[in-house]
Structure formats: C-alpha cells, structure tokens
Design a protein around this ligand. Sequence first.
Ligand code: SF4
Ligand SMILES: [Zn+2]
Length: 371
Amino acid sequence: MKNRLLKEATHKIYEQRKHLDINEKVYCRHERVDGGEFVEIWFMTGGCNHDKDGGCTMCNYGKGHMVDENEILYLIEKELIKLTPPLKQLVISPTGSMFDDTEVSPDFRNKIFGLVEKYNCEKFITETRADTITKDKLRRMKDIIQDKVIAVELGLESSSEFVLKNCVNKNMMPEEFIRAVNVIKEEGILVTANVSLGVPFLDEKRQLEDAKKTVRWALDIGVNTVVVFPLHIKPGTLLSYLYKENLYDCVSLWSLVEILKDVDETERSKVQISWYKNYYNNEGKIIKSPTTCELCRPKVIDLLDRYKDECNTVVVKELGRLECGCKKDYFHRMQVLETKDTKNHLLNCYTIIAKDFNIDHEILNEAIKEL
Ligand code: SF4
Ligand SMILES: [Zn+2]
C-alpha cells in the first residue's frame, strides 16, 4: 500500500513546513449543527504520525510540539468552563489521532475522557485514524464516559484503493477501514466516515464521481454518518505545490451541491458537510478554498450553513433552484470536460514531482509501474 514517491515528496514538504504556533495549544470553535450547539476543541500534540512519516497529500493538520499534558488538560477544562451547557455535540480532538498511543498517551486520553464525562453534553465525538482502533481502547473510553452518546470519526477520504494509494497517500486500504468500523459498531459506538471532495490528480468530473461513490460505499458498509469535506489548499502540503505548478485547483461548491442532490431522501440525515468555508481567523492557514462566484457565494454559503444545521431536502432543493452564471459555467464545464486519462496524468505529475523533489528514478519507476 506504500507509495514511496508520494511519501518521499510529502516527507520533504513536512520537513520544510513551519511548526504550529506554540502559543495556541488549544483552539475552540462553535457552530450550529443538526439543530443544536456544536463545539469543537482541538488540542496540540506532536502531530499525526502518518504525516510525520510522509503523509496525506492534502493534509496540514499541523506540525505540532510535544506539550505538557497537564497544561493541555487545564486549557481544555478552561474552555469547557467558558461554554454554556448543555451542548448538543462536543468534539475533542488532537492534532492527529486520539487513539494513537504515541501521540496521545493512554493516561492523558483517559483524563480527557474524564473531563468529558463530567460535562453536560448529549454527544461526544473524537477523531482518529482507522489503524489506531482497538476494542480495548474503545472499552476504556466507554468505561469512563458512561452517560453520553459517543461517536468516532475516521478519515476515509476515498473508497477506491487506487485513489487512496496513488492520489491521497493514505497508507490505508478500504479493508482496514471496514475492520475499524466493525470494531467500533460492535462496541455500540457511532462511527462517521470523513470523505474528501477534490482529491488531487483526478479531473473535476472524476473528483465528483469518486466522492459520490465513496459516500455510497461508506453508507453501505454501515457507518452511521458521512461527512463530506471539500478540500482547501493549505500551505505545507503537496496540494499547494501542485496548485503552484498549475496541476491542481479547488473544486467548485456546485460539486458539493451535486453530492447532496444525489443522496436519497431516506438517507439525508446521514450525509453531512463540513469545511465548505474557511473557519480560520488566521489568513496564512489556507491558500485557496472551494467556492462559487462572488455574486452567489453569500447565498450558497448561507444555504450550506442551513444544510449543516438541518440536513434537510428543502435546503438541497433551494440550492438546486439557485441560478447563477457560474453555475451554468460549472455544468457546461462538466459536460464538455474531456475526461483525462488519469494514469497518463499521474505519470506526468509523478515525473514532475520526482524531478522537483529530487526523487530517485527507481522510486519514480516503481510508482509508475503500480499505476
Ligand atoms: S489526513 Fe489524517 S492520516 Fe492523513 S496526514 Fe492528515 S491527520 Fe494524518
Ligand atoms: Zn455564481
């Protein structure tokens, strides 16, 4: 499952990437989701281990610092005290994976769960990579958090082996994801699949098809919810390099609307959306975001906000009825788009990447042979 070429390029980018600001160890974000108050508390760790090793092509979740666990606990508690309970949903997540013991030690993790247990919220959510899931870790969490609905979010990105390996560098096969989903469900915990819209190296049509297929696949294997994330271009990622080389651009938010239109009424509440807009206050965190044109953007974002809050078909129909020149252009573009030969396109991109990142011919040839 390893893609040595993408791994080496993303690793070189990681080495150059700026560390997160050591003064921002905990960050809290509020939103309306699913008819209630949603709060996400992110805390700093050393970062995702897969990222450190040469990780996902679109990700810069953060190159963190090893920080004092007691200080983080104190800061999380301080954020919780500021909130007005009860909350509908509380998310607490590290810079990578909650259940990776080398990133969040078991003792530290259990203390965080202890804070959650004391707090008045309906549902607790945390994020982790599929390969970090074990029955024992989940049982320990359930022993501590006893009176709340618990959900675990897993990054799936795509259900296609080809895309995971050659475009995302996820270092995960769909089977690993299915295993994690089954273990989580056996423990009576809810599971969410995070799906990417706008995977690099695919043309716009294939990006949409891949995301649609992935949503369907995730629902079919039995996840409780799917969250679709249109990708932003973040500095310190292979995606930002591809963008600078004119080999990538952000998806249109009309593609996100197409995904929502594709969902059956009966499964509507299971398909959610996130990060269709930039939530950061800090300008340097994102280079470019998925969008529509300036004229319709406020209305589109307003409706997507409403969808995020209500997950209902009325909003999707309103989005479908919205008229704008950029929407016509989008459909025209999708219609006339000559679907590129993905393998050929990858071959060209890989060759450019190998040259620019000074990657061995042997590694380039190996990556091309795998296509
Ligand atoms: S997307 Fe998730 S698994 Fe991939 S590098 Fe980022 S944090 Fe790690
Ligand atoms: Zn428009």
